[in-house]
Write a protein that binds this ligand. Structure first.
Ligand code: HEC
Ligand code: HEC
Ligand code: HEC
Length: 434
C-alpha cells in the first residue's frame, strides 16, 4: 500500500510527506507531519553539506537526476539518478539500502559503486544524519524518470566485483567518533570535513589504487594538496606558503562563505563547492570547519621562510618590460586587473602576490585558470561581476609559460618557473573535454 501510494506520488510528480511516518506516529498525524517536515529540511541542509548536487545534478539537468560524465583513471562513468523515481532512481531504496550505498558503496541490487562516489568519506556520517538525508531524498526531491547511462569503461576493467577487495583494503567502516580532549567545535569540524564535506576526496593525494592516502588528520598527507582532473586542490594544512598558515580563522571563514578573501579566490573545481555547498552552511558549521582546518599542522613545505611582500624588483621589470618576455605579456594582458603591485583588488580581483596557489609547487591550477578562465562563482544568487577571462585563444603555450613564470617569481613569490610543455599538456587535456 505504501509503495503504491509512493508510486502515485511519483506519477503526480509530488512528494507525499505523510508517507514517511512510522506507524507508531499514526495517532498524532499532524504533529508527526511537522516533525517529518523538519527532518526533510534538515536532510536538505545535509545534502548541501555533502554537495550531492555537484555530481548528481548535470548542468541544465533536473535536480539529482544524474547523467553528469566523470573522468576516472579507468575511463568515463556517468553519475546516477538519485531522485525517488521507482524505476530509474532510488524510489525502491529502504533507509538501510540508502545507508549502505552512502557509507559502504553498495547499490540496492548488490553491485559495488565506483569510488568516484565519495563513500569512503561518507562512511563517517552518523545514523541520525543518514535518516534525515533519506527523508529528504524520498520526500523533498521530485522524482524524475531518467535512465542511467552505462559507463564507457571497457571489459575487464568495468567488472565491479574487484571493488570488494578495494573496499576491504581501503574503506574504513564506522561513523565518526568524537576525539577525546578536543572541544565540541573541533569535533564538529572534523566530522564535517572528513565526512559529508568530503574535502579530502579532492585535497588529499591518492595512492597507487586511487585511494585517498589518509582519511583523517592521523595521516600526515591528509588535505596536503592533490592534482585531480587538471586542477591542483590546494594544501589545506598549516604550511605557511602554499597552505593556510598565513590565513586567519576569519580569512578562512570568509573564503568558505563567499569564495574569496584578501589572499585568494575560488576557481576551478572549488567553485562548485562554494556555489552548491559551503556558502549555504550555518555560521556555526563554517566556524567548526575552520577551527578544525586551522588545527592541522603544516605539511609539505620546502623549508622556505614564510612569504613576505616585496614589490620592488617586480616594479622595476614592469617599468621596462621590453627585455622580459613574461613582463611583456603581464603588462599587456593581466596588469589592468591584477595590478603593478600584484595585489589585484581583493576580494573582487584576486591578488597574485603571496597567493598560496601561486606559491604551490604544482602549477596546474595556474595554467588551467589562465587557459580557461573561471566558471561563475555565484554568491547569494549573484554571479561574480569580474570573472577571470580565459586566454587559450589569445596566448600560445610559451607566452602562458612566460607570464606564469613571471608571476611565480614576482613580488617575492619565489615559486619555480613554468615550462611551455606543461602548458601544452594541460591545453590538450582540458580542451578535449569541452
Ligand atoms: C564526487 C561526485 C559525487 C558526489 C559528491 C556524490 N555522489 Fe553519489 N554517486 C556518484 C557516482 C559517480 C555514482 C555512481 C557510481 C557507479 O555507478 O558505480 C553515485 C551513486 C550514488 C548512489 C547509488 C545509486 C545508484 O543506483 O547508483 C546513491 C544512493 C548516491 N550516490 C547518493 C549520494 C548522496 C546522498 C550524495 C550526497 C550526500 C552523493 N551521492 C554525492 C558520485 C557522487
Ligand atoms: C571537487 C574538488 C574539491 C572539493 C570536494 C573541495 N575542494 Fe577545496 N579546492 C579545490 C581546488 C581545485 C582548489 C584550488 C582552486 C582554488 O583555490 O579555489 C581548492 C581550494 C580550496 C581553498 C583555497 C585554498 C587556497 O590556498 O587558495 C580552500 C580553503 C578549500 N579549497 C577548502 C575546501 C574545504 C573546506 C572543502 C570541503 C568542505 C573543499 N575545499 C572541498 C577542489 C575541491
Ligand atoms: C578582467 C580582469 C582579469 C584579467 C585581464 C586577468 N585576470 Fe586573472 N583573475 C581575475 C579574477 C576576477 C580572478 C578571480 C577568479 C574568480 O575567483 O572567479 C582571477 C584569478 C586569477 C588567478 C587565480 C588566483 C586566485 O586565487 O583566484 C590567476 C593565477 C590569474 N588570475 C592569472 C592571470 C593572468 C596570468 C592573467 C593575464 C594573462 C590574468 N589573470 C588576467 C581577473 C582577471
Amino acid at each position: 500500500m505504501k509503495n503504491m501510494l509512493k508510486g502515485l506520488g511519483a506519477a503526480l510528480g509530488v512528494a507525499l510527506p505523510f508517507l514517511a511516518q512510522a506507524p507508531a506516529d499514526a495517532a498524532t498525524p499532524a504533529g508527526a507531519g511537522a516533525a517529518d517536515q523538519a527532518l526533510v529540511q534538515r536532510g536538505a541542509y545535509l545534502a548541501q553539506l555533502g554537495d550531492c548536487a555537484a555530481c548528481h545534478t548535470a548542468p541544465k539537468g533536473k535536480p539529482f537526476a544524474g547523467g553528469l560524465p566523470m573522468n576516472t583513471p579507468m575511463g568515463r562513468i556517468y553519475v546516477t539518478n538519485i531522485t525517488p523515481d521507482a524505476q530509474t532512481g532510488i524510489g525502491g531504496y529502504t533507509e538501510a539500502d540508502f545507508a549502505r550505498a552512502l557509507r559502504e558503496g553498495v547499490a540496492k541490487d548488490g553491485h559495488n559503486l565506483y569510488p568516484a562516489m565519495p563513500y569512503p568519506s561518507y562512511a563517517k556520517v552518523n545514523d541520525d544524519d543518514v535518516k534525515a538525508l533519506y527523508a529528504f531524498f524520498m520526500h523533498g526531491v521530485a522524482p524524475v524518470q531518467q535512465a542511467n547511462r552505462e559507463s564507457d569503461i571497457k571489459w575487464p576493467l568495468n567488472m565491479r566485483w574487484p571493488l570488494m577487495f578495494w573496499n576491504m583494503a581501503f574503506l574504513q567502516k564506522g561513523a565518526y567518533r568524537d576525539k577525546p580532549g578536543k572541544d565540541v567545535a573541533w569535533n564538529r569540524g572534523a566530522y564535517l570535513v572528513q565526512g559529508l564535506g568530503h574535502c579530502g576526496s579532492c585535497h588529499t593525494p591518492r595512492g597507487v589504487a586511487f585511494q585517498e592516502s589518509a582519511l583523517d588528520e592521523s595521516g600526515s598527507a591528509f588535505l596536503s594538496g592533490a592534482l585531480l582532473d587538471g586542477w591542483f586542490a590546494s594544501n589545506l594544512t598549516g604550511e605557511h606558503n602554499a597552505g593556510l598558515g598565513r590565513w586567519s580563522d576569519e580569512d578562512l571563514r570568509t573564503f568558505l562563505k563567499s569564495g574569496a578573501n584578501r589572499h585568494a579566490s575560488a576557481f576551478g573545481a572549488m567553485t562548485s563547492v562554494i556555489n552548491n555547498s559551503t556558502q549555504a552552511l550555518s555560521d556555526q558549521d563554517i566556524a567548526a570547519m575552520s577551527a578544525y582546518l586551522k588545527s592541522l599542522p603544516p605539511v609539505g613545505g620546502n623549508g622556505a621562510a614564510a612569504y613576505t611582500y616585496d614589490p620592488q624588483a617586480t616594479k622595476v621589470s614592469l617599468d621596462r618590460p621590453a627585455n622580459d618576455a613574461g613582463a611583456r605579456v603581464y603588462t599587456a594582458y593581466c596588469m589592468h586587473c591584477h595590478g603593478v603591485d600584484g595585489r589585484g583588488f581583493a576580494p573582487m580581483l584576486a591578488p597574485l602576490a603571496g597567493n598560496p596557489n601561486v606559491l604551490a609547487k604544482d602549477a596546474s591550477s595556474l595554467i588551467n585558470v589562465t587557459l580557461n578562465g573561471t566558471g561563475d562563482l555565484v554568491i547569494n544568487g549573484v554571479p561574480s561581476p569580474f570573472p577571470m577571462p580565459g586566454f587559450a585563444a589569445v596566448l600560445d603555450d610559451k607566452q602562458i609559460a612566460d607570464v606564469l613564470s613571471f608571476v611565480r617569481a614576482g613580488w617575492n613569490n619565489g615559486a619555480p618557473a613554468v615550462g611551455a610543455a606543461e602548458v601544452a599538456k594541460l591545453r590538450q587535456s582540458t580542451q578535449a573535454g569541452r
